[in-house]
Design a protein around this ligand. Structure first.
Ligand code: TYD
Length: 139
């Protein structure tokens, strides 16, 4: 499996349809928007102020993380470098390649963190221990 670094992860501008009178619509479509097909969508919401989410890595999963509402910060860590992204636009997504430790924090009130994922849920794709993550990255 290819080893990615935080510099391989970036913000992706999503297709936006604007109407002055009726608001906005953003589309993510398999085969067009992302280099992976979406098999699962989940979203985090009602995160209490000051709480963090994430604190894990995925071995094989690719994800697009979108602030569908509100804002939060995602910090990615490849074991050597860290990179933080402030997400606050529903028409932008953070493309997270496999093998990144991620911490999500500073959720605004009413924030909705929508995640589009390349695979169905697999508990054994998670690494939840940071030391184990560093060993995984050294392999
Ligand atoms: P987790 O991925 O640890 O959440 P976060 O990183 O946002 O803090 O998931 C929290 C719980 O939800 C955990 O018990 C696993 C469960 N879960 C599913 O059952 N299916 C899923 O697709 C996801 C993402 C989580």
């Amino acid at each position: 499996m290819e080893k990615y670094s935080v510099s391989d992860c970036s913000m992706v501008e999503l297709d936006r349809h604007h109407s002055d009178r009726k608001g906005n619509l953003t589309v993510v479509e398999n085969g067009k928007t992302l280099p992976f097909d979406v098999k699962r969508v989940y979203y985090l919401y009602d995160v209490p102020g000051g709480e963090n989410r994430g604190s894990h890595a995925h071995k094989e999963l690719s994800q697009l993380i979108v602030a569908a509402s509100g804002s939060f910060t995602v910090t990615l860590d490849d074991g050597k470098c860290k990179r933080s992204f402030f997400l606050n636009r529903p028409y932008q997504g953070l493309y997270v390649k496999p093998g990144m430790w991620r911490d999500l924090e500073d959720f605004s009130s009413g924030a909705v963190c929508m995640v589009l994922a390349s695979e169905v849920y697999k508990a054994d794709d998670y690494i939840r221990d940071y030391q184990e993550f560093l060993k995984f990255r050294e392999k």
